[in-house]
Design a protein around this ligand. Structure first.
Ligand SMILES: Nc1ncnc2c1ncn2[C@@H]1O[C@H](COP(=O)(O)OP(=O)(O)OP(=O)(O)O)[C@@H](O)[C@H]1O
Ligand SMILES: C[C@H](O)[C@H](O)[C@@H](O)C(=O)CO
Ligand SMILES: [Mg+2]
Length: 465
């Protein structure tokens, strides 16, 4: 009887529960449930609707049961850096505040006054993003010290959702590295940094690795669902799971394309040299002790916000088609300008930028879309040259994975501006990588190399030259 595993992949714009099964050497996917995700305003902050997300997970699990399918295991991955704190009765002390919340404005500068930037980078290897967990916690310590005093448990978003399923507490390694509080060499919580920041070391949980079993479902959930499952930890940082799905890593730069664009390479050790710091690359932890040497680029968040500004009147396909009607429009923006992290109105922010830089101001939706896609492609090209500078070698291929790999126009643009072969797919790379960790843990797949061969054999990857 073939085993079914259930991947829960929740990104910043959408979540999905995807059933995976192995048959005739192929990995078969069945989308069981998909739902929107977005930031909500709560108690004066931008937050995630964490209760709503857990409810969507339960809806998806119940859909399996109604289809007569009882997956043997489940694993959850989400975006990085965000967390909740529990008190000594295991009750929520905080909302699930989102990384785009302005509470960390100015905090990174305060922390890097405490620590030399170089030292923080040498020990953690993590890029300096103003929303890293380290800065969120320091902001909390400054503004709500009483909350931190009561905190007994620190759980990142997937850790908390796993806790709701099992009652078990742990911090999964790949996502924990995005806090900038894990030592890149010991792969443990960096006690010196944590204590120097005046944070409570005891609230951080045991670090567990992808493929480890956390436990089984709480009794009341077995009752509610009608069956039990093993909770097997994937790389709970979504990008950590996504890069597992890159079918061919040789000579390849991956581009995990979703709300963010994460562009980088897989590496066997952290690269913390000054040039990597200056380019602001990161060394996030990967499965099997690999490192994800990459950088964040603002990503399709920009076109998501443009679409929202047009009251969702255009699909992503329509926006790409409209941009083709304006080949003469060439204004571009620096996509990594912090002004685009959470503007009130993305369209107006792009128009203001073009005006301030004495460029033609986009009017038509197609001009706005073309400005976004051209600007992203330029950002990718810059990151590719930085990677090649650091590795002192040329890479011939870029593999775009994730939802953004469906954007044919952008795939072709990437190939045109970088002069690389572009491979697009798999689309559900994150869910696939999540399932791979579960299948390896269950002994259904031998190892990650074998998994990549199965992935290559199972999913279409389009080539753009
Ligand atoms: N049919 C399509 N054609 C072109 N682009 C698409 C299509 N479907 C999705 N996209 C792009 O993919 C993006 C969403 O990608 P994806 O589903 O991987 O993101 P996510 O998982 O919700 O978020 P995160 O990046 O946080 O994981 C959308 O913003 C959109 O730009
Ligand atoms: C906030 C993080 O940079 C973000 O989650 C990124 O790491 C990511 O994985 C987006 O899917
Ligand atoms: Mg995603």
């Amino acid at each position: 009887m073939e085993k079914n595993c259930l991947a829960v992949d929740i990104g910043a714009s959408s979540g999905r529960l995807i059933l995976g099964s192995l048959k005739n050497g192929k990995l078969n996917l069945e989308e069981i449930h998909r739902f929107e995700n977005c930031i909500v305003e709560k108690n004066g902050h931008f937050c995630w609707d964490i209760d709503g997300l857990f409810n969507e997970i339960k809806v998806g699990i119940k859909k399996c049961y109604r289809k007569g399918i009882k997956p043997v295991s489940i694993g959850i991955d989400t975006w990085a850096v965000d967390f909740v704190l529990l008190d000594d009765n295991d009750q929520l002390l905080t909302d699930a505040v989102a990384y785009r919340d302005p509470r960390t404005d100015g905090i990174m500068e305060e922390v890097t006054d405490l620590f030399l930037k170089e030292r923080l980078y040498l020990e953690t290897g993590i890029q300096f993003q103003k929303f890293n967990t380290i800065y969120q916690l320091y902001a909390l310590k400054k503004k709500n010290p009483e909350v931190l005093k009561k905190a007994k448990t620190f759980l990142m978003i997937p850790d908390y959702l796993h806790y709701l399923l099992t009652g078990k507490k742990a911090n999964e390694y790949t996502n924990a590295t995005t806090t900038q509080l894990i030592n890149a060499f010991t792969r443990k919580w960096d006690k010196e940094i944590i204590c120097k920041l005046g944070l409570n070391m005891d609230m951080f949980q045991e670090i567990k690795m992808p493929k480890q079993t956390l436990g089984t479902l709480r009794e009341e959930l077995v009752e509610e669902f009608g069956f039990d499952m093993e909770v097997i930890l994937p790389a709970t940082h979504d990008t950590g799971s996504a890069v597992i799905s890159v079918p061919e890593l040789e000579d390849t730069i991956y581009l995990s394309s979703g709300t963010w664009s994460l562009i980088g390479v897989e590496n066997h050790f952290p690269i913390c040299v000054t040039k990597a710091l200056d380019y602001n690359f990161t060394n996030e932890g990967g499965m099997d002790f690999q490192f994800r040497f990459l950088k964040n680029i603002m990503g399709l968040w920009m076109i998501q916000e443009v679409r929202r500004n047009y009251n969702n009147g255009y699909s992503f396909v329509e926006l790409a088609d409209l941009s083709r009607q304006h080949p003469e429009f060439v204004s571009t923006v620096n996509v990594d300008d912090p002004r685009f992290l959470k503007p009130d109105n993305m369209i107006e922010e792009i128009r203001k930028y073009c005006s301030e830089t004495n460029q033609r101001i986009p009017e038509h939706p197609g001009e706005i879309a073309k400005c976004v896609f051209d600007s992203l492609a330029i950002g990718y090209k810059k990151a590719v040259s930085e990677i090649e500078d650091i590795f002192e070698k040329e890479f011939s291929k870029i593999n775009v994975i994730g939802g953004g790999s469906q954007n044919e126009l952008l795939n072709r643009l990437i190939s045109d501006v970088t002069k690389k072969e572009v491979y697009a797919g798999p689309v559900e790379a994150t869910a696939i990588g999540n399932l791979v960790a579960q299948f390896i843990a269950l002994g259904e797949i031998e190892d990650i190399n074998n998994a990549r061969r199965i992935i290559k054999h199972s999913f279409e990857v389009k080539k753009y030259v």
